[in-house]
Design a protein around this ligand. Structure first.
Ligand SMILES: C[S@@+](CC[C@H](N)C(=O)[O-])C[C@H]1O[C@@H](n2cnc3c(N)ncnc32)[C@H](O)[C@@H]1O
Length: 334
């Protein structure tokens, strides 16, 4: 038998697959709707799934503690995991898992080549990250949905920390379908927002405008943040953007933000943070590895982010932490 830490590390790939498939086929939503433990056969019939395969997946999920199995072999979702497994919850992990399984997983073998030949030489023969992520409408939709799930709920914590009262306009650079903008607009009367994004994302922002009835308050600016200057604003937001790029490119983006900001304006960098000694937390360490294959960036400590903001000219920089994985580093144009 393996020691616990090694057991989780070795068998974790099976658990990830099981959680993804159970989420994809509606198992968690179904269990939550029943409100009482359900045997495998009943789940299989209701969801039209092969009972033997489902049985094996459910046993893995129960062994990892993702679902509970009672003495009659019936299953339920633990109360504390429901907000993350319920597909209707804003904190659901389903979209993120789809992205991991359908996109990131295929890129992880690149790490082997990175170890022996280095990232630049392996990447030279590969398409740019977002050419892969937006290769098909299905992948684009999945990525945008994953971003919504990662960002909307935590943004409701981050928006009050950003102190937007009195701010009239936010420019969300690489803002996906607008999860941060929606949270900001919902909480801040008088605010309007623009998502500055690749053209492929435009239809998803249009959909958000319709869904949240934000015509006149939320709009879309198609652009390439590597090539284009940013439109003028009072507040530039970067959510999970700087972690995708090197310090040099990150600094270039922050300098563009500084130029775009009105005097007295601010920049909001919202990202994962490494502990000061880079010893954790675990999700940041994992996503730091993921950024290596999915993009060209890395995760940073608070001090590293503040150093970048100050190099771009922002002052009075500070970190404001949420209770979740995404935190705010704020700086001002004085
Ligand atoms: C990791 S996602 C972050 C999405 C969102 N800001 C959030 O916090 O959830 C990175 C975003 O940057 C956008 N992006 C990538 N390259 C871009 C570019 N060159 N110009 C504009 N946007 C870009 C992608 O379309 C994607 O939505």
């Amino acid at each position: 038998m393996l020691p616990n830490a090694l057991e989780k590390a070795v068998y974790g790939v099976y658990a990830t697959t099981a959680v993804h498939l159970a989420a994809k086929h509606g198992v968690f939503g179904f269990l939550l709707d029943q409100g009482a433990p359900v045997p495998t056969g009943k789940i299989a019939v209701a969801l039209e799934l092969d009972e033997e395969t489902l049985d094996r997946l459910l046993l893995v999920l129960a062994s990892f503690g993702v679902i509970e199995r009672n003495e009659h072999g019936a299953y339920q979702v633990p109360v504390e995991l429901a907000p993350f497994l319920d597909p209707r919850s804003p904190r659901s992990v389903g979209g993120f898992l789809s992205h991991v399984m359908n996109s990131t997983l295929g890129r992880l073998p690149q790490l082997d080549g990175y170890l022996t030949a280095g990232k630049p030489s392996v990447d030279a023969s590969l398409p740019a990250p977002f050419d892969v992520m937006y290769k098909t409408p299905k992948l684009t939709e999945e990525f945008v949905a994953a971003m919504w799930q990662l960002t909307y709920d935590v943004s409701r914590e981050l928006v009050p920390m950003a102190g937007l009262a009195g701010v009239r306009h936010v420019l969300d650079v690489g803002g996906a379908s607008g999860p941060f903008c929606v949270a900001a607009l919902e909480a801040t009367p008088g605010l309007s927002a623009t998502v500055f994004e690749l053209p492929e994302v435009g239809p998803y922002v249009a959909d958000t405008v319709e869904r949240y009835d934000l015509r006149g308050r939320l709009d879309f600016a198609a652009g390439d943040f590597h090539r284009d200057e940013f439109p003028p604003t009072e507040c530039v937001a970067f959510g999970y953007i700087l972690s995708g790029w090197t310090d040099e490119i990150g600094l270039e983006l922050l300098r563009k933000a500084y130029r775009a900001c009105a005097d007295g304006g601010r920049v909001l960098v919202m990202d994962r943070l490494f502990d000061d000694d880079r010893g954790g937390p675990l999700p940041t360490a994992v996503m730091n590895l993921s950024m290596h294959v999915e993009a060209e960036g890395r995760h940073r400590t608070a001090a590293e982010f503040i150093g970048l903001l100050e190099s771009a000219g922002f002052a009075d920089c500070e970190v404001r932490r949420s209770t979740q994985d995404k935190h705010l580093v704020i700086g001002f144009k004085r």
